[in-house]
Design a protein around this ligand. Structure first.
Ligand code: AMP
Length: 426
């Protein structure tokens, strides 16, 4: 069975093709800067064909056309015709409380993605666009949705997910903490349990997904207990690429009342002009911030200090919330590649039993392997685990199609001994 994954973001579309059973990756890639000019297509296949080229890509429809072309191309392609694809697995950000595991997309699901767009305005509308376009080209195959909210929204208990505002706002409007990036947290939590040699239901973990979007999940006995992002993808938790994270809810009201800003302008500031971008005065890539800070740029240094203090604060808070932890996991672009962020996040946490091996930490860069960056004596293990959200989507999709998907008791291939991560197969 050949499965295509599509992840239709605001300015990029990611894709990958897999062969099941065996979860064998065939190719993966991304179209970036969709509709912004200077668009690029990056494509990699297991047969070692790679492409990195400028493309004309005025909108998401064009991006999906480019993807269909490259995967069926006689040189770079891995299928000769789209009809070889038997399932399309879509990543969708918000499924509310209604969708707490992957499902086949039908009219109800489409309606829910549309309904929950109010909770994820940067993501759900683009996810829906991708689904509609792929359904148009491949109308006769099943399409599945895997949700970023599912892992945490399904399991976070009431006392960690409710805000202390009048209860009717939860009951009538669904205003609660949902948690995001669940496909990634679910993958690394299961891998961490495996690396610890324990059953997933026995371990307490803190997983930090640090990238353009960033979240921390507290995992108690294998299930999400708390998550740094709450109601929206913006206003709680870590400092992100352009999103603010933790913010007093009065700040946006103050901006409207005293800075003469409209709701739209405030939303734009909080989602698109804040985070490390807003603090540093224009840098969005953490490599640029690290380099500017080491060249003496005080705003860049301050940005690093704010971001890493926030990481450390959440590790401490979640260690207490969980009543002790077995491991801390770093993942995503920054978590996998920045020894400095990991070092600052774990600084002075010896009292929690967290001790980093500086040399190993400094050498753990790039998606080469999973690394234990803690000292031999560290009571709490610290892992760098490259994430693989697509693999979770693909395994869910295959199991749904084959009618063997039991969301609460499903065992993934990456929990089995002998698993070789897909990034090592390219
Ligand atoms: P993601 O959203 O997971 O793709 O992460 C993207 C982010 O990873 C980029 O914005 C970079 O800031 C960051 N990143 C990638 N490589 C490095 C590196 N070597 N050091 C620090 N940050 C990095």
């Amino acid at each position: 069975m050949i499965i295509l994954t599509l992840n239709c973001g605001s300015s990029s579309v990611k894709y990958s093709l897999w062969e099941m059973p065996g979860a064998k990756p065939l190719c993966q890639g991304i179209v970036e800067r969709v509709g912004m000019g200077d668009s690029t297509l990056t494509h990699k296949s297991v047969s070692n064909t790679s492409k990195n080229q400028e493309v004309d890509c005025p909108d998401h429809e064009a991006a999906i056309d480019l993807i269909f072309d490259v995967i069926t191309d006689s040189e770079s392609g891995v299928v000769s015709d789209l009809s070889e694809i038997e399932v399309v697995a879509h990543r969708v950000v918000h499924g509310g409380e209604k969708y707490t595991h992957s499902v086949i997309i039908d009219e109800d699901v489409i309606g829910a993605i549309d309904e929950f767009a109010i909770l994820a305005p940067l993501h759900n509308p683009n996810n829906l666009l991708g689904i509609r376009m792929a359904q148009k080209v491949m109308p006769s195959v099943p399409h599945t949705a895997s949700w970023d909210t599912a892992f945490s929204a399904a399991y976070m208990p009431r006392h960690t997910s409710l805000y202390a505002i009048p209860y009717k706002f939860y009951a009538e409007y669904g205003i609660r903490r949902y948690g995001y990036q669940g496909l990634s947290h679910s993958y690394v939590a299961k891998r961490a349990a495996r690396l610890l040699g324990r059953n997933r239901s026995e371990v307490n973990l803190i997983s930090l997904h640090i990238g353009n979007g960033s979240t921390v999940t507290a995992v108690k006995k294998g299930r999400p207990y708390d998550q740094s992002l709450g109601f929206s993808t913006c206003g709680e938790g870590l400092v992100m690429g352009t999103r603010c994270g933790d913010l007093d809810p009065i700040v946006p009201l103050f901006m409207i009342q005293h800075a003469n800003m409209t709701h739209q302008e405030v939303e734009d500031v909080l989602y698109r002009q804040s985070g490390v971008f807003g603090l540093s005065g224009g840098y969005i890539d953490r490599r640029d911030i690290i380099s500017a800070a080491s060249d003496g740029d005080t705003r860049a240094q301050l940005t690093l200090d704010v971001e890493c203090y926030r990481l450390r604060k959440y590790i401490g808070a979640y260690a207490a919330a969980l009543g002790g932890i077995d491991a801390v996991v770093f993942t995503a672009g920054v978590g996998e590649n920045s020894p400095l962020h990991r070092q600052l996040a774990c600084q002075d946490l010896d009292f929690l039993g967290i001790q980093l091996d500086r040399k190993v930490n400094n050498s753990a860069v790039g998606r080469q392997s999973e690394v234990d960056i803690s000292t031999v004596d560290s009571k709490v293990k610290v892992f760098v685990i490259p994430t693989d959200e697509e693999l979770v989507m693909v395994e869910d999709a295959a199991a749904i199609i084959e009618d063997r998907f039991d969301p609460d008791n499903f065992t993934y291939s990456f929990e089995q001994p002998g698993y070789v991560p897909s990034y090592l197969r390219f």
